[in-house]
Write a protein that binds this ligand. Structure first.
Ligand SMILES: C[S@@+](CC[C@H](N)C(=O)[O-])C[C@H]1O[C@@H](n2cnc3c(N)ncnc32)[C@H](O)[C@@H]1O
Length: 317
């Protein structure tokens, strides 16, 4: 398998997880398999998840040709479903879980996936190639809902102005059209350092794929699946995601928790389920120079304690 996606913070993730021969590790976001390969190399068994059928197909191909298939189990599913998926595979607990949130370079770079504003393609943006697309959302949602998505997930200060322009330009069918509408609404001059369409594309992608809900569910699933002494490592690329990870770990580690907007039904008091919570780890200058897409990455890791996983409202104990 070629590796068009350069793994971000790879050494740091492997150091945080410290996989040992015979360990069972989950790679919640397989992508091009950069983390998975490093875990297989130390002799671990890997259960890898990806909701993108293209990533799973490439991984299957690679595993078969490399003879890695016996120690690599690929799950073409969302990582929010990992408790059920592993239980179906007969796995009750795991020694480590890595999550590398967001989109891969393969998804970003292929115009036909509809994530890129720099190349013209259908307005799709679905990671799983299924379900409502970005075009469905933008052409059908009320203006106020579009503005809310741009504001919340893209931190777009002019969200109402952009939403109004989108609604006026309906129907939108391509990424190029959307990028033009956003740029025009924000008075973009070609050559300006940052394309203002970046924020809107990020917001729409996060909404279309329900990425923040997935992250929350994935973190809860990790708490359920990790055995005592098991390690969690999460790489995120936006402050919105990092805030969710940071707060989850702070609350799990038992520090005084305020009610969470993202985890409103979190239990109020519990024994710490995670300890040894790391500070934010950022890529080195050398890594950013090698791989500019690493620029905004943040890694946080923690160690699972022996305390029972928290039970959330609506979940069976
Ligand atoms: C940043 S890439 C991972 C790259 C990988 N660490 C590597 O080294 O190649 C993220 C991948 O996770 C997948 N993904 C994102 N959210 C997911 C979710 N909720 N469930 C399963 N896969 C997801 C995407 O489809 C994408 O392939």
């Amino acid at each position: 398998m070629s590796a068009p996606h350069v793994p971000v913070l790879l050494d740091e993730v492997i150091e945080a997880l410290s996989p040992q021969p015979g360990d069972v590790i989950v790679d919640a976001t397989f992508g091009a398999g950069g983390y998975t390969r490093a875990m297989l190399d130390v002799g671990a068994t890997v259960h890898a998840f990806d909701r993108d059928p293209d990533a799973i197909a490439a991984g299957q191909n690679w595993a078969e040709t490399q003879g890695e298939a016996p120690r690599l189990v690929l799950h073409p599913r969302r990582f929010s479903e990992m408790v059920a998926a592993l239980s179906e595979a007969g796995v009750a607990g795991v020694d480590g879980i890595a999550m590398d949130i967001g989109v891969s370079s393969m998804q970003l770079d292929r115009a036909d996936r509809g994530f890129a504003f720099s190349a013209d393609g259908p307005l799709d943006m679905t990671m799983s190639r299924a379900g409502p697309t970005a075009a469905d959302f933008l052409n059908e949602a009320p203006e106020a809902e579009i503005a809310d998505v741009l504001w919340r997930y893209g931190e777009e200060r002019q969200s109402r102005r952009v939403a109004r322009a989108i609604v006026a330009a309906r129907p939108l069918t391509t990424t190029g059209e959307l990028a033009q509408v956003v740029r025009k609404a924000l008075g973009y001059r070609p050559g300006a350092p940052k394309d203002p369409a970046t924020r809107s594309f990020q917001a729409i992608r996060i909404h279309v794929n329900g990425e923040l809900d997935e992250l929350e569910q994935g973190l809860r699933a990790a708490e359920q699946l990790l055995t005592t002494g098991g390690r969690l490592a999460v790489v995120s690329f936006h402050s919105i995601e990092d805030r969710i990870v940071k707060r989850f770990l702070r609350e799990a580690a038992g520090a005084a928790g305020r009610a969470s907007r993202h985890l409103p039904d979190a239990p109020e008091s519990h024994s710490p389920t995670f300890g040894d919570v790391s500070k934010a780890i950022r890529p080195s200058e050398a890594e950013i120079a090698r791989n500019p897409r690493a620029r905004s990455a943040t890694l946080r890791s923690a160690l699972r304690t022996a305390a029972p996983a928290r039970v959330y409202q609506g979940e069976a104990a």
